[in-house]
Design a protein around this ligand. Sequence first.
Ligand SMILES: [Zn+2]
Length: 147
Amino acid sequence: MKDDDERKITQCHHCQEHFPTEGMDQLLPVPWGYTEEGRFYEVFLCLDCRRRHFDTHKESYKTAYEAYQYPGFGSDITPWITESEAKVQYCLDDSHLEPLQNVVVKSVQAAGKFQPIKVFYEKLILDKARWVFGGEIGIANARVDLA
Ligand SMILES: [Zn+2]
């Protein structure tokens, strides 16, 4: 059954709908559970089903996204990301970023002039991107597909 092995999966494991084999709408593998023999397995889900799945099975955060303490520094350090980096790294656009809480800071440009830029709490950006693209696997796909 060589053909079956090479055939891309087009039917969502959960909703049974059919989807394209590539691009932003393709099905992506999601950790699903363990077989009776204790072997870990994953299934292919569409965007909507990934959103629902990750809503109840939250993906974990790397510690870098959390506020952290630095020796000798008086308060917690919160990881921020600039608007332009949020767009590049998380494939988000203005419509995604607009509703999110942000802070305007002054950045020094090459000419020595201050320029206002928006920064966001990176965890907020990550949460948004996970929802928009359907989890970390969806973000990874968007990075490839939109590159
Ligand atoms: Zn589905």
